[in-house]
Design a protein around this ligand. Structure first.
Ligand SMILES: [Zn+2]
Length: 483
C-alpha cells in the first residue's frame, strides 16, 4: 500500500464554543484507529517528497465513511493512479477528494457511494444543534471514534441511541408517548422520512421521529421533554443566530408575500392609534421590529424563553420591551393587548399547554383586537415537500394541521376572522438547493431541481408563490382570530 496522508481543512462553523478542539481530537483518534499508518495534517500542506495518497477531509465531517476511504485507497494502490470525488454519500461522511499525489491536477472520476439512498440523513456539523448532538455522543461513549459508519447507524436505531438523540444529550427523563396526547386514541401510525431529513440529522430513515393519530390527525413526537425541562432545549446551540454571526449573515428581507407582511396588513387598519402589540415567542425579534416600524406609535413587547444578549440590547434600543421566561405568565403580566402574534410557536408547546394558550390569549385581547398565529400545516402538500414538516424535531413537539385546528377552535367557540397559507420554505431557493444536494434518490433530486429553477429568480418566485397561495397551498397556515 502507498503511504496515506490525511489533510484536514477547518470549517468556520466549529469556531462556536471552540468545538473544533474536541472535534479535531476525535478525527485524529478515528483516523489513527482505522488507518494506523496514516499521517495527519491539520490545515497545512502535506510534504510531497514521494508518491502518496492524499485524503482531504473537512473537519465538520468527523464521521467519515471509513469503508469508502479504504476501498478508494486500495483502488489507487492497485492501479497506481487516480483522482476521485464522491457522490450519493450521506452528507457529512464523504471525503472532499482522494488522489494520488502525482495526479492531483488530473481529471477527476466520481464514485457513487449510494449511502444516502440507504440512510437518508445528515451528519455534517454545519448546524449548531448537530454539534450539540455530536458532543453528546462523545460524552456518552469514550470509544465512540471506533464506530464504523454502519455501527453508528445501528446505534442510532437502538433504544439507547434514540434516547440520547431525543434527549439532545441533556440529563432528562423523556415522556414516551404511547397514545395520542390530544384525543388519547391508540389508533396511531408511526411516520418515516423518505424525501429529506430533519435539521438535527443523525437519525436514519429506519427510525421514526413522529406518530400520527388516525382519529384526530394530531402528529406528535415519539419522545419529548417534560414541561419542567423544556427550557433546556433553548440554549445558543438551538438558535442559529450564533452561527449566523460566525458567517456574518444578515436577517432576510420581509417581502409583500411574507406571512408577517400579509398578516399585519389585514389587521393594521382596525387597530387603535397607539396599540399594544405583544409577540409570543419573538425569537430574534424579526416580527416585532417589523411591526413597530410599520405601526409607528404604540407599545411593543417581545416575549420568549431566551433572548440572545446582543439581540436584546439592539431590540431595546429600538424601544421594544422584552420579557424572558414563561410566555403565558409574561403575557398575564401585561395590561390589555390589541394585537397578540405568535409565529411558528404553538408547535413548540405540549398539547395541554397549547389547548390552554389559545383561550387565555383571547381573554387577554382587548375588544376588537386580534390574535394572529402561524404553524406548519401537516395536511398541506407544500408542508410535505422535502419532508419540511419534520424539519425541527425535539423543538416541535407536535405538527398541527388546518383540520385539527379548525375542529379545536370550533370546540372553544373561537371565531376565525380569516386564514391563509404562507410559504416560509419557498421564500428563497435555500431549502430547494439543500434538498438538491442531499436528496436520497433521483426522483427527489429532480423535484428539487425544478424548485431551484423556479425560486432562484425573484420574478418567477413571486408569481409562483402568488399563484399557489391563491390555490391554498403553503407550508404554513396562518389564523387571524378576532375578539
Ligand atoms: Zn388523536
Amino acid at each position: 500500500m502507498i503511504d496515506i496522508y490525511f489533510k484536514i481543512h477547518s470549517h468556520k462553523a466549529l469556531q462556536f464554543d471552540d468545538n473544533f478542539k474536541v472535534v479535531n481530537n476525535f478525527i485524529e483518534k478515528r483516523i489513527q484507529y482505522f488507518f494506523p499508518s496514516a499521517k495527519i495534517y491539520f490545515n497545512k500542506d502535506v510534504p510531497l517528497e514521494k508518491k502518496s495518497i492524499i485524503v482531504e477531509l473537512l473537519n465538520i465531517n468527523p464521521l467519515f465513511d471509513e469503508k469508502a476511504i479504504k476501498s478508494c485507497c486500495e483502488k489507487i494502490t492497485s492501479e497506481n493512479a487516480g483522482n476521485f470525488l464522491f457522490a450519493g454519500a450521506v452528507p457529512g461522511t464523504a471525503p472532499q477528494k482522494i488522489y494520488l499525489s502525482s495526479e492531483k491536477d488530473k481529471p477527476t472520476q466520481c464514485i457513487n457511494l449510494k449511502t444516502q439512498n440507504k440512510f437518508n440523513t445528515q451528519l455534517n456539523l454545519f448546524k449548531l444543534k448537530r454539534q450539540k448532538h455530536f458532543l453528546s455522543f462523545l460524552r456518552e461513549d469514550d470509544s465512540f471514534y471506533k464506530k464504523t459508519l454502519n455501527d453508528f447507524f445501528s446505534y442510532m436505531e437502538s433504544e439507547n441511541g434514540k434516547d440520547l438523540f431525543f434527549r439532545l444529550g441533556e440529563s432528562v427523563d423523556l415522556i414516551i408517548e404511547g397514545k395520542c396526547p390530544s384525543c388519547e386514541s391508540n389508533n396511531t401510525e408511526e411516520l418515516f422520512l423518505n424525501r429529506s431529513h430533519s435539521l438535527n440529522g443523525f437519525i436514519p430513515k429506519s427510525v421514526s421521529l413522529y406518530t400520527q393519530c388516525i382519529d384526530c390527525n394530531m402528529v406528535f413526537m415519539n419522545r419529548s421533554f417534560r414541561k419542567e425541562d423544556i427550557s433546556k432545549i433553548y440554549d445558543d446551540y438551538l438558535n442559529e443566530i450564533s452561527l449566523h454571526k460566525i458567517q456574518e449573515k444578515s436577517i432576510h428581507q420581509i417581502e409583500e408575500s411574507h406571512m408577517f407582511f400579509k398578516g399585519l396588513d389585514l389587521v393594521i387598519k382596525h387597530l387603535p392609534n397607539t396599540p399594544t402589540v405583544a409577540d409570543l415567542g419573538c425569537g430574534s425579534g424579526e416580527f416585532i421590529t417589523f411591526a413597530s416600524q410599520k405601526i409607528g406609535n404604540g407599545q411593543f413587547f417581545g416575549l420568549d424563553f431566551h433572548i440572545d444578549n446582543e439581540k436584546k440590547t439592539s431590540l431595546e434600543e429600538k424601544g421594544i420591551k422584552l420579557k424572558m421566561g414563561s410566555l403565558l405568565e409574561n403575557l398575564e403580566g401585561l395590561e390589555k393587548v390589541d394585537l397578540v402574534t405568535s409565529w411558528e410557536v404553538i408547535e413548540h408547546l405540549h398539547v395541554s399547554d397549547l389547548k390552554e394558550l389559545l383561550p387565555r390569549v383571547m381573554k387577554k385581547i382587548s375588544h376588537g383586537g386580534y390574535f394572529i398565529f402561524s404553524t406548519p400545516d401537516f395536511d398541506n402538500p407544500v408542508c410535505q415537500l422535502f419532508d419540511f414538516w419534520a424539519a425541527c424535531p425535539i423543538q416541535h413537539l407536535t405538527v398541527l394541521s388546518e383540520s385539527w385546528l379548525d375542529r379545536f377552535l370550533e370546540t372553544k367557540n373561537i371565531k376565525v376572522a380569516h386564514k391563509f397559507h404562507g410559504n416560509r420554505m419557498l421564500r428563497n431557493d435555500s431549502w430547494a438547493k439543500y434538498a438538491l444536494e442531499t436528496a436520497p434518490n433521483p426522483e427527489e433530486k429532480s423535484t428539487a431541481q425544478f424548485f431551484c429553477n423556479v425560486l432562484k429568480n425573484d420574478d418567477s418566485r413571486s408569481k409562483f408563490i402568488e399563484s399557489i397561495e391563491e390555490a391554498g397551498l403553503g407550508s404554513e397556515i396562518i389564523y387571524i382570530l378576532e375578539k
